[in-house]
Design a protein around this ligand. Structure first.
Ligand SMILES: [Cu+2]
Length: 181
């Protein structure tokens, strides 16, 4: 059963419970009541219902958490290939544009004018790593590419008229056979 059907099922059960409670109230509305005992019962139900909702909320929040898609930016930079990346209106300047799969690359990202967003997209167009490019500050973004191919750097923060054109390309080459280079 996929998630959508499961959620739909839960929704239907919820609707059913509310409808049943409504029908119960309607059915009982003509009968005389002994107030104190009903009140006690109602408080009991309310307490039970409250804690059920709290647990359900925690369970749902935890169960539907997806793995954070952006890897840790403070990975080890030991042995990494260092690349300077400078953003400016409206282009990226990379000090290198060819890397080797399996070798960590440390991007030292900054900006020479305004804030930019440094986002790396893999050959399938998926965002795989990102950091801020800020004037007067250098962010270190360490990433180890696994898939050879053409990658693109796009600006992730609107920085002016030609923001959409801030695109740089680099290539990741397959690791040489028989060991790291
Ligand atoms: Cu931009």
């Amino acid at each position: 059963m996929d998630t959508q059907h499961l959620v739909w099922g839960i929704t239907l059960i919820g609707i059913g419970i509310i409808a049943a409670a409504f029908l119960y109230v309607v059915a009982r509305s003509g009968m005389p009541l002994e107030y104190a005992s009903v009140q006690k019962k109602a408080y009991g139900i309310r307490r039970w219902f409250f804690w059920t909702l709290v647990l359900l909320g925690i369970g749902t929040a935890y169960g539907t958490l997806v793995e954070f898609p952006i890897p840790d930016q403070r990975g080890s930079s030991a042995g990494a290939r260092v690349v300077d990346a400078v953003g400016k209106q409206w282009s990226w300047e990379l000090s290198a544009n060819q890397f080797t799969a399996g070798v960590p690359v440390e991007f030292r990202v900054t900006s020479s004018d305004v804030n930019h967003g440094f986002g790396i997209y893999d050959p399938n167009g998926r965002l795989i790593a990102q950091t801020q490019a800020m004037p007067g500050f250098t962010n270190h973004l360490v990433h180890t590419f696994t898939q050879p191919g053409k990658y693109r750097v796009l600006c992730l923060e609107y920085c002016g008229l030609v923001h959409h054109n801030m695109v740089a390309e680099f290539e990741v080459l397959a690791a040489p056979q028989g060991g790291k280079s």
